[in-house]
Structure formats: structure tokens, C-alpha cells
Design a binder for this molecule. Structure first.
Ligand code: HSE
Length: 448
């Protein structure tokens, strides 16, 4: 049988990895897929560089639409990224009857409903293993391997850049800004790192996982998103003393009231395997009712790790493209007519436990006032840690004598409570004159 013909839109880091791995392992891949898989056409704005990468025998153009219009192309790989031209091209490829493979998490998290509906109407597949956690086959695991389970929750380190920064902060006692600069110098963080450090990239991935785990539509606009920019070295140190590590987690959870979908820094027990995932690595924990807890670990980015996921999708499509569309694995794991309308809950309705750090004047009664506010809100305290007071010299007013004001950090771990109740309690504690700086609040998950 003649090889299946693939057109590649965008030959950057992942595109060139895909081309190289496909060529290097072509015999092995053919034995698995049942026929050869060949990239025969590439579109890239930098035609000269693309030609150099693919050599003779592959058509190189600067117009993606020429690939989509080519009747010999069976599958289009979209590696352009973003929600702009990539969305238009993916919809055009679907309309032209092409199967699509994409690594574009932003596109699917925001426009997935429209894209999957268009693909189903046209009877083509949109495959996206590379969109979540790079080389880790988490989409396959959730959609197929765990299909027997009622999934209860997923918690993942799904952004390598922020995990690298947090590892550096912990290892070297660095503050966020210094660790970010190092990550940029080493090429782990982009010149504009906003999507990574503000948690947006992780939220795109968590949104996709929530849809597949619970059979709900992709709803990025409902995700709660908080990045790592406000974390300080002190919090990482205190967490360590209490037996926890701080990680940026993407969490999605089934509750009686609806689905939690949130990305934020989190204290997790240092003894959990996922707490020990360091550097730019990714890991995802999935809890299913039958299987229990499972953990998936690997590289979440990079040329060949991501190519590994892209090619897995090419093989799946090659095996299935002649099958009746009704017999294929549904895009979001559940049949389109069997999706759930469970709501994604607002963050205020989420129940979790907390780490609080209060910088206070070391005066009689401060701790009593703080714990009194928590007690009034029915928030139960799990542990309190108070450091020795620092003698801080504060200038009272211009030209006046200096005053010695002893200050200290009070760290409180709470039991589970409603986020809305915690917000109200924090506002009251913040209003106490003895609380000298904005209170740091980090959510805590036991992942038991
Ligand atoms: N920027 C992402 C990360 C990789 O740091 O994990 C692509 O999603």
C-alpha cells in the first residue's frame, strides 16, 4: 500500500523533530501502522530553512493553503500555534476532508468545541496527544487506557518552565525574579514568559484533560488561573520545614456540586512521588475509582519528545482512517451525544486547605486575634509555625528617630474550608493593624 501522505504546517522545533523521527524510525513505524507514513509537503514562512531541514523530495511552500488544497495529502499537522491563523487553517483543513494532528493546546482549550464539531460533521479526526504534557501519552491514557474508570481527579505538573523555576528557587534559595532570569538565560523560559509563569499554558492543558476525564465541553474561560510570580523563597523554605513542596499544579476534580478546574501554586506533601518531579519534567497523577492512583512522568516539551506524541497520532489516524467514523475513539473520550452538563464551579465554591503566611508585629495578642478570626469563620487550624522575631529597624517618619519594631512570620496550615470563607477571613486578618504586609495564601492538596 502506498504510504499515507502528510502535510506539515510549521517546521520549527517540534516540526523538525517530527520529520527526523519519522524518517529515522520509518521501518518500525510502518510495521506498527500497517503502511508507511511520509511527510511529503511542508509549509513554512522560512522556505530556505525548511528546504535545508527536509532535503530534496519534499515539496516546500510558504503558503499553508497550498498544503490543504493538495488532494494527495491525507493528514495535516498544525504546528503553528496560537488561536489566530492556526484556527482558520485547522478549520479549512477539516473542511477539505483532511485529518488534523495538532500540538496546539491554546486553540483546543478555547475553540475545541467548534473544532471537534466541525471534524465530526466532516467525518475526520483531530488528534492532539502533543497538546498536553508533550511526550507523556496522557491523552491516550485518559481516553483509552483508563476508559473503565470513573475518574475522580487529576493533578499535574504540566508546565516545565515553571517547574524548572520552582526547582531552582528551592535548590538555591532564589526569589522568583532571579530564578526566572536564570531560566531565560538557559533557554527554559521564553523572552516573553507570560503564558508559562501566569499559569495560562497549564490551564489550557488542564482544560483539555478535564473535558476528556469527565466528558464535559472544553471550558478554558471557566478555569481559575494563578501563576507563580508572587511566590517567594521564604514560602518555599517554610513549606519544606512543614514537610511540603510547592508546585504549580493543574487540578481538575469531580465533586457533588460540579467540576473543579484550577491552576495555582500548591503545597503538596514532600513524600508524594509527584512532589519530587524536578526541573523541566512533567508529571500527571490520575485517580480512577477502579485503578486507584496512577502516575505518568516524562518530558513535557522539546523537539523529539513532542514529536513522539505527534507521530503516535499519525499512527492512530493511519490505522483508523478507513474505519467507520462512529467506531473511532471520540475526540473527548465520551460520545458527542453523551456529554455531561456538569458545571465548572467558581473558585469561591472550591473546598481545599491552605498555607497562610502573615508578616506581623511581634506584639501580645496578635496570634489570638488571627486565630480568633479563623475560628469565627469556622476554619480549623492544622498547624502553626512562628519564627523568632527579627529586629527590624523602621524609619517612623522623615527626620525622626528610628524605632525598633520586632516583626515575625506566622505560618498557619488549615484544614479544608470553603475558598469563599477563606477569602473573607483573609480580608479581616489583613485589616488588623499588626498585620504588616499582604498575607500570602497558598492552597494545599494532600493528593491522598
Ligand atoms: N511552555 C511549555 C512548558 C511547553 O514550559 O511546559 C509547551 O507547552
Amino acid at each position: 500500500m502506498k504510504p499515507i501522505q502528510v502535510g506539515l504546517l510549521g517546521i520549527g522545533v517540534v516540526g523538525s523533530g517530527t520529520f527526523n523521527v519519522l524518517l529515522r524510525n520509518q521501518e518500525e513505524i510502518k510495521r506498527r501502522a500497517g503502511r508507511g507514513i511520509q511527510i511529503t509537503m511542508v509549509a513554512d514562512l522560512n522556505v530556505a530553512r525548511a528546504r535545508e531541514l527536509v532535503g530534496p523530495g519534499v515539496a516546500v511552500v510558504n503558503d499553508a493553503r497550498a498544503v490543504i488544497a493538495n488532494p494527495d495529502i491525507d493528514i495535516v499537522i498544525e504546528l503553528i500555534g496560537g488561536y489566530g491563523v492556526a484556527k482558520t487553517l485547522v478549520l479549512e483543513a477539516i473542511a477539505a476532508g483532511k485529518h488534523v494532528v495538532t500540538a496546539n493546546k491554546a486553540l483546543l482549550a478555547v475553540h475545541g468545541t467548534e473544532i471537534f464539531a466541525a471534524a465530526s460533521a466532516k467525518g475526520v479526526m483531530v488528534a492532539f496527544e502533543a497538546a498536553v504534557a508533550g511526550g507523556i501519552p496522557i491523552i491516550k491514557a485518559l481516553r483509552e487506557g483508563l476508559t473503565a474508570n470513573r475518574i475522580q481527579w487529576i493533578a499535574g505538573i504540566i508546565n516545565g518552565t515553571t517547574n524548572f523555576i520552582l526547582s531552582e528557587m528551592r535548590d538555591k534559595g532564589l526569589d522568583f525574579a532571579v530564578a526566572l532570569k536564570q531560566a531565560q538565560a538557559l533557554g527554559y523560559a521564553e523572552a516573553d514568559p507570560t503564558f508559562d509563569i501566569e499559569g495560562i499554558d497549564a490551564a489550557h492543558k488542564a482544560t483539555i484533560m478535564s473535558a476528556i476525564a469527565f466528558g464535559i465541553p472544553v471550558q478554558f474561560d471557566k478555569a481559575y488561573v494563578e501563576g507563580i510570580t508572587k511566590l517567594g523563597a521564604a514560602d518555599i523554605k517554610y513549606a519544606e520545614q512543614l514537610g511540603y513542596r510547592i508546585k504549580l499544579l493543574g487540578i481538575t476534580k469531580r465533586t457533588p456540586k460540579g467540576i473543579e478546574l484550577r491552576v495555582h501554586p500548591c503545597l503538596i506533601p514532600a513524600k508524594r512521588l509527584i512532589a519530587n518531579v524536578e526541573g523541566a519534567m512533567n508529571a500527571v497523577v490520575v485517580q480512577g475509582d477502579a485503578v486507584g492512583t496512577t502516575l505518568y512522568y516524562g518530558k513535557g516539551a522539546g523537539s523529539e519528545p513532542t514529536a513522539s506524541a505527534v507521530i503516535a497520532d499519525l499512527v492512530d489516524i493511519t490505522r483508523l482512517h478507513t474505519a467507520d467514523p462512529a467506531q473511532r475513539v471520540p475526540h473527548l473520550a465520551f460520545q458527542p451525544n453523551a456529554m455531561s452538563d456538569l458545571p465548572v464551579m467558581p473558585m469561591g465554591e472550591v473546598v481545599t486547605s491552605y498555607y497562610l503566611r502573615l508578616r506581623v508585629a511581634d506584639e501580645t495578642g496578635v496570634l489570638a486575634k488571627v486565630t480568633g478570626i479563623l475560628a469565627d469563620a469556622d476554619i480549623s487550624i492544622d498547624a502553626v509555625l512562628q519564627r523568632e522575631a527579627d529586629e527590624i529597624t523602621t524609619e517612623v517618619a522623615a527626620g525622626q528617630a528610628q524605632a525598633q519594631v520586632p516583626q515575625t512570620d506566622v505560618i498557619i496550615l488549615t484544614h479544608d474550608c470553603l475558598e469563599a470563607d477563606m477569602n473573607a477571613a483573609i480580608a479581616k486578618m489583613q485589616a488588623l493593624p499588626s498585620v504588616l504586609e499582604p498575607i500570602t495564601r497558598i492552597r494545599k492538596e494532600e493528593l491522598a
